[in-house]
Write a protein that binds this ligand. Structure first.
Ligand code: GTP
Ligand code: MG
Length: 470
């Protein structure tokens, strides 16, 4: 009895000691990684972690270049209820003898990488190495779009959403279901489910068609909330004062529950704790899809980044209490689809795409940068002559057939306005150019000891995001 009490005492003192030493001596950087679906989040985190563990290709990360990182190792993450980022499985996919891209991930996840770093300058001789924890949090960019819902009533949200889907062919079925229900009739669960299912189908179809204005974000990525009442609502035409227990009233109640039970907890438990953020953008993919996709993406980026502008939203302002994200990196991913001579043009497009949003974030005091990167380089460069012209190509293995192929993606314009202008003006297709994207499979790797997977500028990204804290 006595010994177990004593034991308990010692243990609780120990754990207090742990927390104190951790907060005082072992700094934690929380790095948020986000982007719209398929933007490259999983590959980015996997390759970043692998390249921080084996730093042979990280020469632009100053601490690695100076040889000050003595060790990097994975540790249990601090948040017990967040799924762990499945690093080993994702890395296994990329480094298998027949490598393949990791599966799509649909929810938030987290991983803690701890780095033992020797200090620089004056302190170098006086202090031993210290441990810096890097907590990497992967979350869908779509969830940030829900922030705008917090300021909207059900009636407002319904009106805006219904106006948007008025002339979209992907919404035909939903319009038909809507026409068959009476919003003021008493709630009947099968009807509510039918509406929600049809609305969810519309959102999925709209996103595949290239629209990014698809709130509520959790309808697309429901995770373990699938089928619960907070996800079983849909927009209805405005009613003056719907009777109690009517379909319209219940839909409104569920919409409010979605805001308080799903949206707010995400911002409170995850978003508000982020120190550094990288926003990944598949700009090449959008350019390939055409002007409308580019314009939609620009709009979605502006909305997403609204979340990083304190003051946009009263709830968030109160939550953050003056805290802010210190650095935001906008990275155009999959740059290995382009010859390096075109990378500056891709970066310029990225800069222009996030221009409005960046100005505002900068206004809030965050340090921002734009880069073109490839987290996992799947191609090599090659020059080919074609009809008397030298073309700068990339060569890789095609995803569908596995065959090796050289590929000329087309020339991006020097001036981003040549793409963003027509996109803003509502053009249907690019006038004087055709941009191609091929899907390459990851290349089989033969890594030298000490080298991580091949990448493009992942070290520059790491230097910007965490270099100052190492
Ligand atoms: N060539 C090339 N392709 C990449 C790279 N990174 C991502 N991709 C491609 O983009 C796809 C999506 O990458 P993921 O990392 O799974 O993207 P995600 O943002 O995690 O996607 P979700 O989990 O579905 O939201 C991959 O399956 C690859 O086809 C890269 O560095 N180079
Ligand atoms: Mg993913």
């Amino acid at each position: 009895m006595i010994s177990s009490i004593a034991d308990g005492l010692v243990r609780s003192i120990e754990s207090v000691g742990d927390t104190i030493s951790e907060t005082l001596f072992e700094p934690v950087i929380r790095l948020g990684v986000t982007g719209l679906a398929r933007s490259g989040k999983t590959v980015f985190i996997t390759s970043l972690v692998a390249n921080l563990m084996d730093r042979g290709r990280m020469s632009s990360l100053a601490a690695a270049q100076e040889g000050r990182i003595e060790a990097a190792f994975l540790q249990p993450q601090p948040d017990d209820t967040v799924p762990r980022f499945d690093y080993e499985t994702h890395l296994g996919a990329l480094t298998a003898s027949h490598p393949h891209w990791p599966d799509s991930t649909r929810a938030i996840s987290e991983l803690r990488l701890s780095l033992r770093v020797r200090p620089t300058g004056l302190l170098a001789g006086l202090q031993g190495p210290r441990t810096v924890h890097l907590d990497i949090v992967d979350y869908p960019g779509e969830w940030l779009l829900d922030l705008a819902l917090l300021d909207k009533s059900y009636a407002q949200w319904s009106e805006e959403t219904l106006a948007r889907l008025q002339d979209r062919s992907t919404a035909e079925d939903y319009r038909a279901v809507l026409a068959s229900v009476d919003p003021v009739s008493p709630l009947d669960e099968p009807t509510a489910q039918r509406l929600a299912r049809s609305f969810t189908d519309y959102l999925n179809a709209a996103r595949i068609a290239g629209f990014y204005d698809c709130t509520p974000g959790r309808f697309l990525l429901p995770g373990d909330l699938a089928g619960s009442p907070v996800l079983t609502f849909a927009p209805l035409p405005a009613q003056a004062s719907p009777p109690r227990r009517s379909l319209a009233r219940e839909m409104e109640r569920r919409y409010e529950a979605y805001k308080s039970e799903v949206v707010k907890p995400f911002f409170r438990d995850h978003f508000a704790r982020i120190d550094r953020q990288v926003v990944l953008v598949d700009a090449l993919g959008a350019i390939h899809k055409g002007p409308r996709a580019v314009e939609d993406m620009r709009g979605a980026m502006a909305d997403i980044l609204g979340a990083f502008r304190p003051g946009t939203n009263a709830f968030l302002t109160k939550l953050l209490l003056g805290r802010r994200v210190e650095k935001i990196l906008f990275a155009a991913t999959k740059a290995d689809h382009l010859h390096h001579l075109q990378h500056p043009r891709l970066t310029a497009i990225m800069q222009a795409l996030t221009r409005d949003a960046r100005d505002r974030a900068q206004f809030a005091g965050a340090d921002t940068a734009a880069l073109s990167i490839a987290a996992l380089r799947a191609t090599t460069e090659e020059q080919r002559s074609h009809q008397g012209r030298e073309l700068n190509c990339v060569r890789g293995h095609l995803l569908d057939t596995g065959k090796a192929a050289a590929f000329y993606p087309g020339e991006l314009p020097q001036d981003p306005a040549q793409l963003l202008g027509p996109a803003r003006a509502g053009a249907e297709r690019w006038l004087d150019a055709d941009y191609q994207v091929m899907s390459f499979a990851p290349a089989p790797l033969q890594l030298r000891p000490g080298d991580g997977p091949p990448h493009i500028r992942l070290d520059r990204a790491a230097q910007f995001l965490i270099g100052d804290r190492l």
